[in-house]
Design a binder for this molecule. Structure first.
Ligand SMILES: Cc1cc2nc3c(=O)[nH]c(=O)nc-3n(C[C@H](O)[C@H](O)[C@H](O)COP(=O)(O)O)c2cc1C
Length: 180
C-alpha cells in the first residue's frame, strides 16, 4: 500500500465512484475566504512552520483547536513528533511572511523576517500578531492527504486588533468591514 499523498493514493481517492476530482474540489474551495495562520513547531532544535488556513476552533471547554497539515509538508513530521504546535494569526502587514511560509522555494527564509518569540512549549510565534495560541497535541486523525491535529490550548496571547490578513480566490487581501 503506497503512503497517502502520493499519486497512487490520489488515484485511489478519485477511483471512488461518488467523489469529485481534487481540482474541482480545490476550485470550489477558492470561494471560501478565510483568515491566514502560521502553524509552527520545534523539534530536536529545528524550527518548522507553514501557512495554514485550516485552523478551526473545536471546543471551548476544554479549549481545543484543530489544524489540518499535509503529510507532504516539511513541518508535518516535526509537528507530529514534538507533540506541540503554535498558531499565529496573521495581520495584513504580515502578507510577505505569509508568502514566505507558503512557498517551498522560500523555506530557508522562514523565521528570518518578522519579530519571532517562543511560547512556553518552545514554538515560534510572531510577537506583533493579533493572536497566537500555544497547543499540546491531544489527538491526531488521518484525513487522507492531510493529518488533522487537535491541540489543547495551553496559552493565548492577544494584542490590539491590527487589520487581519485574508485569503480567497487564490490571493491574499485585506478585510473591509461594512460601514455601520
Ligand atoms: C492561504 C493558504 C492556506 C494554506 N493552508 C494550508 C493548510 O491548512 N494545511 C496545509 O498543509 N497547507 C496549507 N497551505 C499550503 C502550505 O502553506 C504550503 O504548501 C507550504 O509551502 C508547506 O510548507 P513546505 O513547502 O515547507 O512543505 C496553505 C497555503 C496558503 C497560501
Amino acid at each position: 500500500m503506497p503512503p497517502n499523498g502520493t499519486d497512487a493514493a490520489m488515484d485511489e481517492i478519485t477511483a471512488e465512484p461518488d467523489t469529485v476530482h481534487p481540482d474541482l474540489f480545490r476550485r470550489g474551495m477558492r470561494s471560501l475566504f478565510s483568515g491566514v495562520c502560521i502553524v509552527s513547531s520545534r523539534h530536536r532544535g529545528e524550527t518548522v512552520g507553514l501557512v495554514a488556513s485550516s485552523v478551526t476552533s473545536v471546543s471551548m471547554e476544554p479549549p481545543t483547536l484543530l489544524v489540518c497539515i499535509s503529510k507532504t509538508a516539511s513541518a508535518h513530521d516535526a509537528v507530529h513528533s514534538s507533540g506541540v504546535f503554535a498558531v499565529t494569526i496573521l495581520a495584513e502587514e504580515h502578507a510577505e511572511i505569509a508568502r514566505i511560509f507558503s512557498s517551498s522555494r522560500r523555506r530557508e527564509e522562514r523565521f528570518v523576517t518578522g519579530r519571532w518569540t517562543a511560547t512556553p512549549s518552545g514554538c515560534p510565534v510572531l510577537s506583533d500578531a493579533p493572536a497566537s495560541f500555544d497547543c499540546r497535541i491531544v489527538q491526531t486523525i488521518d484525513g487522507g492527504t492531510h493529518t488533522i491535529f487537535l491541540g489543547r490550548v495551553l496559552g493565548v496571547e492577544t494584542r490590539a486588533e491590527p487589520p487581519p490578513l485574508v485569503y480567497g480566490n487564490g490571493g491574499f487581501g485585506a478585510y473591509v468591514p461594512h460601514a455601520v
